[in-house]
Design a protein around this ligand. Structure first.
Ligand SMILES: Nc1nc2c(ncn2[C@@H]2O[C@H](COP(=O)(O)OP(=O)(O)OP(=O)(O)O)[C@@H](O)[C@H]2O)c(=O)[nH]1
Ligand SMILES: [Zn+2]
Length: 358
């Protein structure tokens, strides 16, 4: 069998409906069964992206017969139950040959789920990606102006979901990264600096190897530029920041999972998400966020039941620890930063950016 290892998604995005053979009224003679089919012959796959109900699924990952299949959702699966990053099982034609269509019949339990709540600028709760264990927050040092509150909200969403955040500060050719570094370093978040004429590809690829990393950042911060450098075959469309407003256009429209290979040949996955306008955190639980800070979490076990751990929460053990010297230096700075994250949860989201696409 010939190797069809997928290094580039050459045909990503150009399936027409006409390519797909559809039998006329396929259900007409099928006996109705009360039992769901067992699908013992289903094969595993990884959902790389979804577009208008069609999933692009990697089948035979890392084998000689690795291939990309297009798949629909089985009727028994609810609408919206498949998202980028899902591990699924497929039946039907999983050859990936032109014009074929497979069917997703099962979605595996997820190790993590990154989602955002409905909020003022988006009325619907959205699941963003499944099974990511890392988040790469992309933030520009300038053009567009940094939005520290939004960065804090990404971090909260990551900690809440049990995802380890990292941050890359872009456009350091235009503005030094020091001020933004100071904002996130006390949290213990790993920081990379990037300028498009010299992106830190070796370090970033090494950090991505062996992980599934979801990349987030608001429009125009340089996500596509970075992905194109990390994954030379990606060819994500880059936008142009408006010289006057410093804002980017929303040029990417759906989440896409791409394979990254480091200098030692180790692979990882990066998921490029479209520029988000807002990040509703209504679903977030402070105790989940605390789990991202094991030192503080251990202290908070002594808190009164139902403690919110916010500034001024009555008898919060974190305050007691700050007062009696259990928390000093870097851990005290971490507490201060954690409280700032809680503030970002409680505040209304920033006004939504104007988006070119919904
Ligand atoms: N000077 C400078 N410009 C950059 C850098 N990185 C990206 N840009 C420019 O910033 C603009 C926006 O970059 P994109 O990569 O399209 O940003 P994005 O985050 O993908 O934006 P959306 O697709 O709208 O979410 C483009 O004109 C890039 O050329 C950088 O490090 N330095
Ligand atoms: Zn507390």
């Amino acid at each position: 069998m010939t190797s069809r290892r997928v290094d580039a998604y050459d045909d990503y995005g150009d399936w027409d409906e006409e390519d797909v053979r559809v039998r006329p009224n396929p259900r007409a003679n099928r006996p109705r069964s009360k039992h769901r089919p067992d699908h013992a012959d289903a094969v595993p796959g990884l959902v790389l992206t979804i577009d208008r109900g069609r999933s692009t699924v990697l089948v035979g990952e890392d084998s000689d017969d690795e291939r990309i299949a297009t798949a629909t959702r089985a009727r028994e699966l609810p609408r919206g139950s498949i998202i980028t990053g899902d591990r699924v099982e497929l039946v039907g034609d999983t050859s990936g040959d032109a014009g074929t269509l497979a069917r997703i019949v099962r979605v595996a339990d997820r190790s993590t789920l990154l989602r955002r709540s409905a909020d003022d600028s988006d009325q619907v709760e959205r699941s963003i990606v499944a099974n990511a264990d890392r988040m790469l927050v992309v933030a520009a040092t300038t053009r567009p102006e940094p939005r520290p509150r939004l960065i804090d909200r990404y971090l909260v969403a990551a900690y809440d979901a049990g995802i380890e955040p990292m941050i890359v500060l872009t456009k350091t050719d235009l503005e030094p990264a020091d001020a933004m570094r100071a904002l996130v370093e006390p949290l213990g978040v790993r920081v990379f600096e990037s300028r498009s004429d010299a992106p830190p590809l070796t370090a970033l690829r090494r950090a991505l190897a062996g992980h599934v990393t979801v990349m987030v950042g608001h429009s125009g911060v340089g996500k596509s530029t970075l992905v194109n450098a990390l994954v030379p075959s990606a060819e994500r469309q880059t936008g142009h920041v408006n010289e006057v407003t410093g804002r980017g256009r929303h040029t990417s429209s759906s989440s896409l999972m791409l394979r990254v290979v480091d200098d030692d040949g180790r692979t990882g996955w990066i998921i490029d998400t479209p520029g988000v306008r807002s990040f509703g955190l209504g679903h977030v639980d402070a105790d989940h966020v605390l789990r991202g800070f094991p030192d503080l979490d251990a202290i908070a076990e002594e808190c009164p039941r139902g403690c919110t751990h916010r500034r001024g929460a009555p008898d919060c053990e974190l305050d007691a620890a700050a007062a009696d010297g259990r928390l000093t230096g870097p851990s005290l700075a971490r507490l201060e930063s954690l409280r700032r994250l809680f503030d970002s949860m409680d505040a209304a989201d920033e006004p939504g950016e104007r988006a070119a696409n919904p």
